[in-house]
Design a protein around this ligand. Structure first.
Ligand SMILES: Nc1ncnc2c1ncn2[C@@H]1O[C@H](COP(=O)(O)OP(=O)(O)OP(=O)(O)O)[C@@H](O)[C@H]1O
Length: 463
């Protein structure tokens, strides 16, 4: 049931002999403002249609950027008010004037679907909730037609065993629950059937799991084609970015002292891959080459030093330790005071207290009001790791040619998606004379034409 159904229901009788709230108020001799009457009528209609246990979309309308309605379940529908509990466990009372903030949820969204093409509420909220409820059940893979969406579980799930490989071999997409192995099997099958190379596009932001997905596809291909040996070598221990090791081996003792640095084995971020050296690489020589290359590229000594300070700050932040705390019954934490904390703050040229605050609390600005909430220890660790990940580099290159190229690549991926999920699918329905309802979609072909296809496109103008 969509919003139209409800709007169409406005002005109707409740239909079960119950008095509407407006009638009730008149009987009791009080009057309500005109605007409210309409809302009360809507809500009383909803109260008669919604019952305890019904699922709804709740639009919190908090004004937060990127906000979408959240799923919620009706707990109570009584005396003109509706009480709901949302997907995050928070309770809300919906008063008559906010009646339009809730909409019934399509049955396909209640427990989720394996293929999001089947969602009745095919919008951002519907897609996010579908991924969320599946993720909570450790179902990290979901289809959208022939495209697989993977949510990074950040834990090893028992779904990549030899048995799973056997289960997904020679199966059609959709025959088994969504899985990265199904995509790999589909590629392999198409390669054999059409005798043509296949291409698998893996896209996502930094840390989304592209490398892991690639490894899993290779693992599957290796298993079914009997070519284990060279791929299994791919599973060796891995270093972090080479520049860290080069820097620690190549800097002078004096430079390292100024940055408070010691040897690679002393830094959490550099030892997580169980390996600090790399066969065939000479870190000291590499560092000298990097410094020379930076000179050629006309980085000044000061700029060079600023970059070293940032890299050193990342290493120190990785060594920060936290203590769990509870404030006002909320899980919170504190950064343990240590030389790593003071050195990080000094290198980033910020106040130590400010750094501690921004690592342990979250600040939201809602309708002009600033609200600060503490982070639990796990959340704070995530925030710290996200802060030092490559995105700040990415911020540096925003608005540059490189960013334009990234945008262009993403627009191409979007076009691939639009073409396969909407255009080709709908053309096929037409060809086969299938009775269907046209789905509106935003085609980004115009953006692609403007960036690189039209004769006077942006790339050619820059060129
Ligand atoms: N399917 C998965 N199962 C378990 N853990 C995963 C999975 N996918 C990703 N991870 C975890 O997330 C981390 C980051 O994933 P990965 O390195 O694949 O991201 P990425 O998208 O390649 O990042 P970048 O673009 O920065 O290279 C992995 O080291 C791993 O811990």
């Amino acid at each position: 049931m969509g919003e139209e159904t409800l709007v169409g229901a406005e002005g109707e009788e409740t239909g079960d002999g119950q008095k509407s709230m407006t009638e009730e108020m008149k009987t009791n001799g009080c009057e309500c403002p005109e605007g409210w009457k309409e809302n009360i009528r809507r809500l009383s209609y909803r109260c008669t249609t919604l019952i305890q246990g019904d699922y709804v979309w709740l639009d919190l309308k908090s004004g937060r950027e990127f906000e979408v309605p959240i799923g919620a379940v009706v707990k109570l529908c009584d005396s003109g008010q509706i009480q709901v509990t949302d997907d995050e466990g928070n309770e809300h009372w919906i008063s008559p004037q906010n009646a339009t903030n809730i909409k019934p949820m399509h049955p396909t969204s209640i427990h989720g679907v394996e293929d999001m093409i089947r969602l009745g509420d095919l919008n951002e909220a519907g897609i996010l909730r579908n991924l969320l409820i599946r993720y909570r059940e450790k179902l990290i893979y979901t289809y959208t037609g022939s495209i697989l969406v993977a949510v990074n579980p950040y834990q090893l799930l028992p779904i990549y065993t030899a048995d799973q490989i056997r289960l997904y071999t020679n199966k059609k997409i959709g025959e088994m629950p969504p899985h990265i192995f199904a995509i790999a099997d589909n590629c392999y099958f198409n390669m054999q059937r059409n005798n043509r190379d296949q291409c698998c596009i893996i896209s996502g932001e930094s840390g989304a799991g592209k490398t892991e997905s690639t490894k899993l596809i290779l693992q599957f291909l290796a298993a079914i084609s009997g070519q284990h040996s060279w791929i299994e070598q791919q599973a060796c221990d891995e270093r972090n970015y080479h520049i860290f090791y080069c820097m620690l081996n190549g800097m002078t003792a004096d430079e390292k002292k100024k940055l408070g640095l010691s040897r690679a084995g002393n830094y959490t971020y550099l030892t997580m891959g169980n390996c600090t050296t790399c066969d065939g690489r000479d870190d000291m020589k590499e560092y000298s080459n990097i410094r020379s290359a930076m000179k050629v590229l006309m980085f000044t000594e000061k700029e060079n030093w600023e970059i070293s300070k940032l890299l050193a700050a990342i290493l120190h932040m990785g060594n920060l330790r936290y203590d769990a705390r509870t404030y006002d019954n909320l899980d919170a934490c504190e950064v343990v005071r240590s030389p790593h904390l003071t050195t990080s703050a000094a290198l980033l040229e910020v106040d130590c207290k400010d750094l501690m605050n921004c690592l342990t609390s979250r600040t939201l600005i809602t309708r002009g009001e600033t609200v600060s909430t503490p982070l639990s220890m796990d959340q704070a660790l995530d925030v710290r790791d996200a802060f030092v990940k490559p995105s700040p580099y990415e911020i540096l290159c925003r608005c540059s040619f490189e960013q334009l190229c990234i945008n262009f690549a993403n627009e191409n991926l979007q076009q691939f998606f639009v073409r396969h999920v909407f255009k080709l699918e709908q053309e096929e329905y037409n060809l086969e004379h299938i009775n269907w309802q046209h789905i509106e979609f935003t085609d980004n072909q115009d953006a692609l034409d403007m960036i690189a296809i039209k004769p006077m496109n942006i790339i050619s103008l820059i060129d």
